[in-house]
Design a protein. Structure first.
Length: 146
């Protein structure tokens, strides 16, 4: 796995909807996350990316960010780079306010019946079906997590 690029993502659910963001440089929405930097632990990268993408006014408890799933895939950007995705789940209620930045232009709470064409391939093909199968898009399931 040493030759694979490590990437993290953190899933925040609220009332049966998944928080996604729209990077300014990409045409689709993605989960909160990004690349693991050199000599950085995967968990630390997940927490750093949450702070960077959600903004200074978002409030979350890092101790409630827990491993959820991981898998390999090929980067859609070049169809060559091998990635190992480490996905975390936030087992709490995100508080505060989301703030757009130079990197992020929009946020959305994505529901089961929303248009999947706006999602990144990773969300559309891996994350959404897995979370749907486990019932995370049910308002009752995500309320239990808060």
């Amino acid at each position: 796995m040493e030759n694979r690029k490590k990437v993290v993502g953190t899933l925040f659910f609220k009332d049966g909807k998944l928080l996604i963001d729209k990077p300014r440089k990409r045409p689709t929405y993605q989960m909160i996350g990004g690349s693991v930097e050199e000599n950085e632990e995967v968990y630390d990268a997940a927490i750093r990316e949450c702070h960077e993408e959600l903004g200074e006014k978002a409030i979350f408890d890092p101790s409630k960010v827990v491993p959820f799933m991981d898998f390999d895939e090929i980067a859609t950007s070049d169809q060559k780079t091998l990635l190992h995705m480490y996905i975390f789940m936030y087992e709490g209620q995100l508080e505060g306010e989301l703030t757009c930045s130079e990197e992020i232009e929009d946020f959305m709470w994505f529901g089961e019946n929303d248009d999947q064409s706006i999602l990144s391939n990773t969300l559309k093909n891996e994350i959404f079906p897995y979370c749907q199968k486990l019932g995370y898009f049910s308002p009752n399931k995500s309320k239990k997590m808060g």
